[in-house]
Design a binder for this molecule. Structure first.
Ligand code: ATP
Length: 323
């Protein structure tokens, strides 16, 4: 299996190498190749991401991605948004689980407010929120597949205000009925509060691009912060796995970033490619480390990124000796 690795900017180069190390330990057959995109690349060469980079990413069986900072040039669109669009990674899967709850946010990843149709003028600015039947149907189908017959689907929207969400909600309801998935609908603002107060009420939540982005950061509160949450960006031909967090420039270079989100993204990558067992072992290694009371600063501990990463890796090696 060939895995493209994008460390990116900010804390990306601190959290991705330890995640790769876990993959190397558990799956020595994986062939890694680096792809440099992002702000650092732009400073060095004037280009944050090129067509060749996209082709290189497309040639991998899966991509492990850190985080990129978009260059501060008004002509530049978000690098990760471009990659998601060009590889047609339409389903952003963001699981969050803990004591008594197990939620997956399924975020439409290629259209909505991130369609890129916008302009800014001296006295006005406009961003168009475009949703298509194709885009809405396929994300609803993906969510229904995850829900299956056992899990409930919640459709998050703002159809009381936005016509585009009437369109999205009605399509999701149609697809859920077709798939015999039990569903309910919820206004996204009250959903953001209710998911924090009663996380056990939720299973699979499907929503549009920006609402899903916000909702998954909100749900990070349930588990102690952004440093813990992985995600998958899935299309019909490609898949990219990345932490939910961004490049966190405020803590970059300080050895305080929590690498768990990146490690769990590597575990999601393995599960996606069919290796559930190795994926589960990475999760177990993370759990065992936390169970010893070892934590990075965002979780109230004192352990640095490098030491924490070494501890998880040693746990994984110990687990492998037992299987
Ligand atoms: P970007 O513009 O790339 O999205 P950002 O700084 O706007 O970056 P995040 O990177 O998501 O957004 O960071 C939000 C906050 O969460 C920051 O204060 C950051 O320090 C914290 N944070 C994010 N990831 C981690 C992590 N892995 N470990 C510890 N703290 C983190």
């Amino acid at each position: 299996m060939k895995v493209a690795v994008v460390e990116g900017d900010g804390i990306g180069p601190e959290v991705i190498p330890p995640a790769c190390r876990l993959l190397e330990v558990i799956r020595p057959d994986i062939e890694f190749f680096p792809v440099e995109v992002g702000y650092g690349r732009w400073v060095r060469s004037g280009e944050a991401v090129t067509d060749e980079d996209i082709s290189l990413l497309a040639s991998a069986d899966a991509i492990l991605f850190g985080a990129v900072t978009t260059p501060p040039d008004p002509g530049y669109k978000s690098v990760i948004v471009r990659i998601r669009k060009e590889l047609d990674l339409y389903a952003n899967i963001r699981p969050v689980w803990g004591e008594g709850f197990d939620i997956i946010v399924v975020r439409e990843n290629t259209e909505g407010l991130y369609s890129g149709i916008e302009k800014i003028e001296a006295d006005s600015a406009c961003t168009l929120r475009c949703l298509t039947r194709k885009g809405s149907e396929r994300i609803a189908r993906h969510a229904c597949k995850l829900a299956g017959s056992r899990r409930n689907l919640t459709i998050g929207h703002k159809a009381n205000v936005l016509k585009s969400d009437v369109f999205f909600r009605d399509i999701c309801i149609g697809v859920a009925r077709e798939h015999l998935v039990s569903f309910r609908e919820c206004y996204i603002d009250s959903l953001c509060l209710d998911v924090l107060m009663h996380p056990e009420r939720y299973d699979i939540i499907v929503t549009t691009n920006m609402f899903g982005d916000i909702l998954s950061d909100v749900t990070a509160y349930l588990v102690g912060g952004l440093g813990l949450l992985p995600s998958g960006n899935i299309g019909d031909g490609h898949a990219l796995f990345e932490p939910v967090h961004g490049s966190a420039p405020d803590i970059a270079g300080s050895d305080t970033a929590n690498p768990i989100a990146a490690m769990r993204s590597a575990a999601m990558l393995l599960a996606f490619t069919g290796d559930e067992e190795s994926s589960g072992l990475i999760e177990q290694a993370v759990k065992n480390t936390l169970a010893c009371g070892i934590r990075t600063r965002d979780l109230g501990g004192t352990c640095g990124t490098k030491d924490f990463s070494k501890k998880v890796c040693n746990e994984l090696i110990a687990l492998l000796k037992c299987v």
